[in-house]
Design a protein around this ligand. Structure first.
Ligand code: SF4
Length: 577
C-alpha cells in the first residue's frame, strides 16, 4: 500500500492552545493583508490561498486537553478581542483567591495572597472546551484540523525539517499488518510548528538530532493529576480559587494542590507533584487522593463524587530550560517550547502567545516567499521582545529555588520578586539537573528487601495505596475509567522499554520499580515471573490504560522508557477537563 503524502504551506502539530491560536492568527493576518491589498491600501502583492493544517492525535479536539484551568485572558483578548461575545466557553470569572498552608490535620490561610497567585480578572474554564471552541473558529477560517493524526517521527532533509510522518494504523500487537492496515502519511510543509505539549514525540527526537537543548538548563517537570467533583448545589463556590502548599508532600518535594469552583456544584480538584523528588515512591495520583482526605478539602467535597479524571506532565524548568525555539524548517511553541510560568501555575496564555508569535514569523515568510532558517530565526527574537519573555524572565529561577525544599523555595520566590528574577544569592542563572537524576536509591537496603522480598510494590510513603474508600479516594483504575481512556488492545505496545531486564534486576534493587508509583494510570506492574524462579518478577505493561501524560518518559531513572504514539484516536476522552 502506497504511503500518502499531504502537502501544506504551514502545519501545526497539536491542536492545543498554542497550535490553534497560531493557526487562527496566521489565517487572520493573511486575510487582513489580502483585504488591504484588494482595497489598494497595502502596496505589497496578495498572498492568496495558503494551506494551514493542525494535526491532532486525539479522536476529537479537546479529548486530550487538560489543565487546571485558570486562564489569564491576555493572549486570548489579543487573538479574539470579543471572545465573550463569540461564545468562549468560560465557566466563571475568578471571584475569590485563597492560599492555604496545610498540615496533616490543620490549615493556615495566608493573610495575603502572593502576587503571582492573585487571579483577579482571570477566568476559570475547561481547556478541552476552550480548544474545542478554538478549533471551530480555525476551521471556519479554512484551517484543516485533522484529528486521529498522531505525528510519530520528523521528516528531515539533511538538517532541515520538511514535515512529519504520522503513525501507521492497523498493526496488530506483534506489529504485523491487519486487513485494515494503512501506512502513516507524510505531512510535508514549508514550516512545521511543534505544539505537542510537554515531552513531545517529535520535539524529543529533534532535540537529539538537532541539539536544540544544548547549553540549556535541564527541563524539569511536575505531573498534574485532576478530578472533577460533582457536589450538592451550593457546596462548590463558582469563581473561587484555592491553592495549597504542604500536606501531603514532604518539605523536600515540589508541588501543591488546587481547587477551582467551576459552578456552584462542580469543583476542579487537582494536585501537582514535582518529578524531581528524591523519593522513588513519589506518586502523583496517590498525592491527589491523600490531598482529598485533608479535613479542609474533605469538607468541600462532602456528599459529592468524582465524575472525571486526567493527568499531564507540566514543564516547570522556566526561561533557562527553554530549548532553541527555531531551527531549519521548524518552530517550537507552548509546552513543547517550555512556555510555562511555574510561579503563576499558568501556561495557556503563554502557549497562545507563542503560537501567535510563530504565526507572525510565518506571515513574514509567506510575504517574502522565503521559509529559510534565517527568516524562521525571527521567531525567538519576537518572543524575546514580547510580554511573554518579560513574564518568564521575571521568574527565571523560580523552580530552582525549590530544589532545597519548600521554605527555601518560598524565600527564593520572594527574593525573585524583589530582584526581577534573581535567586537568593542574586545570581542571574541558576543551573539545575534533570529531575530523574535527583531520585535517590532505596536507603542502602535492596529494593527487593524493602519490598518484603515480594513482587508487591513498596508501600509508598506518600500514597494511600490499599486504603482507597472508593468514594472520596479512588484507586488508579477507577480514575482511569473516569478519564474515558480507550485504545485498541490489538496494536503494538506504545510504551517502549528498551531493556526490561533492568526492571527485574537493577531497578528493583536500586529504586523499587518507581514506574509503579509515578504512572497515574497503573500502566506498569511488576508481576511474578515463575519461569525465572520463585522470587523473580517481570514488567507487565497495561498500555491500554495510558492517559498520555508522558510522566514515564520523563521520570524513569534509567531513561529507558520511550512513549511513542499509539494508533490515532486512542487515549483519553477528557470531558470538561
Ligand atoms: Fe502517563 Fe506513561 Fe502512565 Fe501513560 S504509561 S499514563 S504516559 S506515566
Amino acid at each position: 500500500m502506497e504511503r500518502e503524502t499531504l502537502e501544506f504551506d504551514v502545519q501545526f502539530v497539536g491542536a492545543g492552545p498554542a497550535g490553534l491560536a497560531g493557526a487562527i492568527h496566521l489565517a487572520n493576518l493573511i486575510a487582513a493583508h489580502d483585504a488591504a491589498v484588494a482595497a489598494g491600501t497595502a502596496g505589497a502583492k496578495a498572498i492568496g490561498e495558503v494551506s494551514i493544517a493542525v494535526l491532532e492525535k486525539a479522536a476529537r479536539v479537546g479529548g486530550h486537553g487538560i489543565s487546571g484551568a485558570v486562564l489569564d485572558p491576555r493572549a486570548l483578548a489579543e487573538l479574539i478581542p470579543d471572545f465573550r461575545a463569540q461564545g468562549c466557553p468560560i465557566e466563571s470569572e475568578v471571584t475569590r483567591d485563597d492560599v492555604y498552608f496545610l498540615t496533616r490535620g490543620g490549615h493556615l490561610r495566608l493573610p495575603i495572597v502572593p502576587p503571582m497567585l492573585q487571579n483577579h480578572g482571570n477566568l476559570i474554564l475547561s481547556l478541552g472546551n476552550l480548544v474545542g471552541w478554538l478549533a471551530g473558529i480555525a476551521e471556519a477560517k479554512g484551517v484543516f484540523v485533522l484529528t486521529e493524526t498522531p505525528a510519530a517521527e520528523p521528516l528531515l532533509d539533511e538538517r532541515r525539517v520538511v514535515g512529519v510522518r504520522t503513525g501507521d494504523k492497523g498493526l496488530d500487537r506483534r506489529g504485523e499488518k491487519k486487513p485494515s492496515y494503512q501506512p502513516g502519511a507524510d505531512c510535508r510543509a514549508k514550516a512545521t510548528v511543534l505544539c505537542e505539549g510537554p515531552r513531545g514525540t517529535i520535539a524529543k527526537q529533534l532535540e537529539h538530532q538537532l541539539g536544540l537543548t544544548t547549553g540549556r538548563n535541564a527541563q524539569v517537570y511536575s505531573t498534574g493529576v485532576k478530578e472533577l467533583w460533582d457536589v450538592p448545589a451550593g457546596r462548590a463556590h463558582r469563581g473561587r480559587v484555592i491553592h495549597t502548599m504542604g500536606f501531603p508532600l514532604p518539605n523536600e518535594t515540589f508541588g501543591g494542590g488546587f481547587i477551582y469552583g467551576m459552578t456552584d456544584s462542580l469543583w476542579s480538584v487537582g494536585f501537582v507533584t514535582g518529578l524531581d523528588a528524591h523519593d522513588p515512591r513519589n506518586d502523583p495520583h496517590g498525592n491527589l487522593q491523600r490531598f482529598k482526605t485533608h479535613p479542609l478539602v474533605a469538607s468541600l467535597l462532602q456528599g459529592g463524587k468524582a465524575v472525571a479524571y486526567g493527568a499531564k506532565a507540566i514543564p516547570e524548568g522556566g526561561w533557562w530550560a527553554m530549548p532553541e525555539l527555531a531551527a531549519d524548517g521548524v518552530l517550537l511553541c507552548g509546552d513543547s517550547g517550555g512556555f510555562l510560568n511555574g510561579a503563576r501555575l499558568k501556561g495557556i496564555h503563554l502557549a497562545m502567545k507563542s503560537g501567535m508569535l510563530a504565526a507572525e514569523t510565518l506571515f513574514e515568510c509567506l510575504k517574502a516567499g522565503d521559509f529559510s532558517a534565517a527568516r524562521l530565526a525571527g521567531y525567538p527574537g519576537r518572543v524575546a521582545a514580547s510580554w511573554a519573555a518579560a513574564e518568564l524572565r521575571s521568574v527565571r529561577n523560580f523552580h530552582q529555588g525549590f530544589e532545597h525544599g519548600l521554605f527555601a523555595g518560598m524565600l527564593g520566590t520572594a527574593v525573585g520578586i524583589a530582584t526581577g528574577g534573581r535567586d537568593l544569592f542574586l545570581r542571574d542563572r541558576v543551573r539545575n539537573v534533570p529531575g530523574y537524576a535527583r531520585m535517590r536509591k532505596l536507603g542502602g537496603a535492596s529494593g527487593a528487601a524493602a519490598n518484603g522480598g515480594s513482587h508487591a510494590p513498596a508501600p509508598a510513603s506518600n500514597s494511600v495505596s490499599g486504603r482507597f474508600d472508593g468514594t472520596r479516594t479512588l484507586d488508579k483504575l477507577a480514575d482511569v475509567y473516569l478519564s474515558g481512556t480507550r485504545h485498541d488492545e490489538d496494536q503494538p505496545v506504545h510504551l517502549h522499554v528498551h531493556d526490561t531486564s533492568v526492571c527485574a534486576t537493577r531497578c528493583r534493587t536500586e529504586f523499587g520499580n518507581p514506574c509503579q508509583h509515578f504512572c497515574p494510570a497503573k500502566v506498569y506492574e511488576m508481576v511474578p515471573d515463575p519461569e525465572h524462579g520463585p522470587e523473580a518478577i517481570k514488567l507487565h505493561i497495561n498500555a491500554s490504560n495510558c492517559v498520555h501524560c508522558k510522566t514515564c518518559d520523563i521520570a524513569d531513572p534509567y531513561q529507558i522508557i520511550t512513549w511513542v504514539t499509539p494508533e490515532g484516536g486512542g487515549g483519553p476522552d477528557y470531558q470538561r477537563l
